[in-house]
Design a protein around this ligand. Structure first.
Ligand SMILES: Cc1ncc(COP(=O)(O)O)c(C=O)c1O
Length: 431
């Protein structure tokens, strides 16, 4: 069915971003409404499903949105092509023909540090950066670097679930400084944090900023209070800022490392172009560690893993081009995702008022409260995955606080979102 004819298209046309409004003088370069067929590319999102119970081989919808195959809206990558300057740079690099051993160049570090400065006003000397093949590997390395088996690591559930494995993999115990939820608004529990951080066994605190899955962009004040407590108890902060460039209108992202030296010097800040520019498969991220002792310890551990030193030449080129020339595309994609969130909110308010979306301040992941349906977990999963055939991340995978919630990945063409919402409406209607 063509998008203009889709029953939900009128609902969403009003929120389709006007390129004139959000990118001064830059024409929109990517048609985000178009669904690109990812079959045969080894895409995790489109060929395996691990976000809920009904795992198994999937034959999802085709690019024409025909067929009743499942719609994958779970793992956090975008169904959009990366920025055109990135694709051009990759083509040029391939044309060079030689793909031998490669290291991060000065020009790469200029692009990365230039982005931090231009985008966030955050000054980072290149020698504070350690390149790492992904943020999740960096979390595993951090636990191995700064903890002994039997130590404890703080997280703030509900939270990105691979944090848990990085802790237990190092023989450590997960301690949750659980977020407080009141009428759909999440805040940090500082009294609980103070108590838990005081335990001498707690060595690290993993901060998710912006917070996946609840979509909060923490304020400078919240981050300062968090950091002061961790500093007081000698708990090193691992600030996962992978979603730090994905900020919705009206919000301001505060890099943890920019709060001041007292905060930065007790932290490792995890950054990456992977969510921002849809380059997750490139496996290249940048850890910022300003404290030389912490950096030496982290780099030292990295050398024992056998992955330190070399970079994939295509990843290097893609990440440099993204940080150098990807900003206009990012403005477009953020406006589009914001439009998708408005579509989700408007559609739920009109057709499914018992489902409550949490305000999206950052990330492209919407956290929706399904508890109003009164379904237990097996029935909820059956309804979404088997009846509606929409593959979401089940809320409880982010911790028990997530029972009854679902996480939607909104980085998809709006017609796909509309189709998923109409399927959910039908399936809920049949309950
Ligand atoms: C908070 C957070 N950290 C890390 C990652 C993944 O990082 P990487 O692919 O660099 O290992 C994700 C992906 O969704 C995420 O949401």
């Amino acid at each position: 069915m063509r998008w203009e004819n889709h029953p939900f298209s009128r609902l969403t046309q009003a929120t389709t971003p006007d390129p004139e409004n959000h990118t001064k003088g830059t024409a929109m370069t990517t048609d985000f409404d178009q669904l690109i067929d990812r079959s045969g590319t080894g895409s995790n999102k489109w060929s395996t499903y691990r976000g809920g119970s009904h795992a198994g081989p999937i034959t999802p919808i085709g690019p024409d949105l025909k067929g009743d195959g499942p719609i994958p809206m779970w793992v956090a990558d975008m169904d959009f092509a990366s920025p055109p300057p990135v694709l051009d740079a990759l083509r040029a690099r391939i044309d060079h023909g030689i793909l031998g051993y490669t290291h991060a160049t000065d020009s790469y570090f200029d692009a990365v540090t230039g982005w931090f400065k231009k985008r966030h006003g955050w000054e980072v000397p290149a020698d504070w950066i350690s390149t790492t093949p992904g943020v999740v590997p960096a979390l595993h390395f951090a636990v191995k670097t700064w903890c002994q088996p039997g130590d404890k690591v703080l997280v703030q559930r509900p939270v990105y679930y691979p944090f848990f494995r990085s802790i237990t993999n190092g023989g450590c115990e997960i301690v949750s400084n659980t977020l407080i939820e009141e009428a759909g608004v999440y805040t940090m529990d500082f009294d609980d944090l103070e108590r838990k951080a005081a335990d001498p066994k707690v060595k690290l605190a993993i901060l998710c900023s912006p917070h996946n899955p609840i979509g909060r962009v923490w304020t400078a004040d919240e981050l300062r209070r968090f950091g002061e407590i961790c500093n007081r108890h000698q708990v090193i902060v691992i600030a996962d800022e992978i979603h730090g460039d994905l900020i919705m209108p009206g919000q301001r992202f505060q890099p943890y490392g920019q709060l001041g030296a007292a905060f930065a010097d007790n932290a490792m800040i995890c950054t990456a172009p992977s969510k921002t520019f849809n380059l997750a498969g490139m496996h290249l991220s940048n850890m910022v560690i300003s404290n030389p002792e912490l950096k030496q310890a982290y780099d030292g551990y990295m050398t024992t893993t056998g992955v330190a030193g070399g970079l994939n030449p295509l990843a290097l080129v893609a990440c440099e081009a993204a940080y150098r020339d990807g900003e206009p595309w990012l403005a477009d994609v953020l406006a589009y995702i914001h439009g998708n969130f408005q579509t989700l909110s408007d559609t739920l308010a009109t057709h499914l008022p018992m489902l409550k979306p949490t305000a999206l301040q950052g990330t492209y992941l919407a956290w929706v409260d399904f508890r109003g349906l009164g379904l237990d977990q097996p029935k909820l999963e059956k309804m979404t995955q088997l009846d509606a055939r929409v593959l979401l991340d089940e809320g409880h995978v982010f911790g028990p606080e997530g029972f009854g919630f679902e996480r939607f990945n909104l980085a998809c063409p709006r017609p796909v979102l509309a189709l998923a919402l109409s399927r959910l409406q039908d399936a809920i209607g049949r309950l």
